[in-house]
Design a protein around this ligand. Structure first.
Ligand code: G3H
Ligand code: 13P
Ligand code: ZN
Length: 341
């Protein structure tokens, strides 16, 4: 199956009332882990690559690994999405390479740190929408800013500093014509999201519900949605790691989000934790090992387990065979028709 648009996956998820995990990758083992989890659970898949991932893998490697995944798993609808594109140029280069979906994160300036103005965000996102939709490619935008900082990307502030304003979100969707909207409701990227289990004071699910009421037909995206499970933290610390106590986003809150318009859920940190724990365990228990396969295999298996569990919890499991892929050219024709109407 060729790589498909994210819009198709999210429209199908909305029809079926489920969410789709978007998992970050940087290398072959992570892609393999996701594809095996998808086959096991019969799930459609969104694989996403950040700017950091693109530079780490020289992105051609990543793209060709994705083509291999599409060839080896023809029964799985598969999207390649750019995570947190910082500028129109970054989105353009992803589209030129073959990504089938891009995020224009105009909530921050191109430095990936400074919160931007509404007008800047609208202008940059509109530009990407025009360029992407002409090719049938999906666009995610963001309004409000997440907390934390990952690989140089983020405000460095806590998750409550730039929450999404519902009325502004509605105006943003109207002015940009995007396909999916990332919102800020108190989450942050990385492992240190909350210092205790989040409550309504720190994780604003009420805000999400309010936004969904104003925008019932917009696919909402939850970033910073790793659950940072205690068992994964414990494995790392048991084998010499030094993670401080921390809490992530409870899966039941994500499930509440899915009942209220969330269709894409971004998860990276949980997989990083699973991989690191598995590698630390091999290093601690078998210090004589030096074949990278001896630790990359258990790492891949540990990530696969996390991804399969999330696919089941988000409800995408069992839906891989529900629909045939719509070619990007057909998606482009649909956008053009809608614009002309
Ligand atoms: O948005 C954050 C994702 O976890 C990607 O992180 O920029 O370190 O690749 P990264
Ligand atoms: P986590 O750090 O919670 O996994 O979030 C990842 C993310 O939002 C990527 O865009
Ligand atoms: Zn994110």
């Amino acid at each position: 199956m060729p790589l498909v648009s994210m819009r198709q996956l999210l429209d199908e998820a909305a029809k079926g009332g489920y969410g789709v995990g978007a998992f970050n990758v940087n290398n072959m083992e992570q892609i393999q882990a996701i594809m095996e989890a998808a086959r096991e659970t019969k799930s459609p898949v969104i694989v996403q690559a950040s700017r950091g991932a693109r530079s780490y893998s020289q992105d051609k490697y990543l793209y060709h690994l994705m083509l291999a995944a599409a060839e080896l798993y023809p029964e799985i609808p598969l999207v390649l999405h750019l995570d947190h594109g910082n500028s129109v140029e970054t989105c353009k280069s992803a589209i030129e390479l073959g990504f089938t979906s891009v995020m224009m994160d105009g909530s921050l300036m191109p430095d990936g740190k400074t919160p931007s103005s509404f007008d800047y965000n609208v202008k940059a996102t509109r530009e990407v929408v025009a360029m992407a939709h002409a090719k049938g490619i999906t666009v995610e935008g963001e309004i409000g800013c997440l907390g934390g900082i990952e690989d140089g990307h983020g405000t460095g502030l806590d998750g409550l500093s730039h929450l999404t304003d519902p009325a502004q979100a509605a105006e943003f969707v109207k002015q940009t014509g995007l396909d999916a909207l990332a919102i800020a409701i108190g989450t942050s990227h990385g492992a240190y999201k909350f210092s205790k289990k989040p409550t309504g004071e720190t994780l604003k699910m009420d805000r999400l519900i309010e936004i969904h009421k104003l925008l019932p037909n917009t696919h909402l995206v939850m970033h910073g949605s790793s659950s940072v499970p205690k068992d994964l933290q414990d494995i790392i610390n048991q084998y010499g790691g030094k993670l401080k106590p921390t809490w992530g986003v409870p899966v039941e809150e994500i499930q509440l989000g899915i009942k209220n318009g969330v269709r894409k859920i971004n998860v990276d940190t949980d997989n990083r934790l699973a991989i690191t724990g598995a590698i630390r365990k091999v290093f601690a228990e078998k210090p004589e090992e030096f074949d990278p396969r001896s630790y990359l295999k258990p790492a891949r298996e540990a990530m696969k387990k996390v991804v399969a569990l999330r696919m089941t919890q988000f409800g995408q499991a069992g839906h891989a065979g529900d629909y045939a892929p719509v070619p990007l050219s057909e998606m482009a024709a649909r956008y053009a028709q809608k614009k002309a109407a």
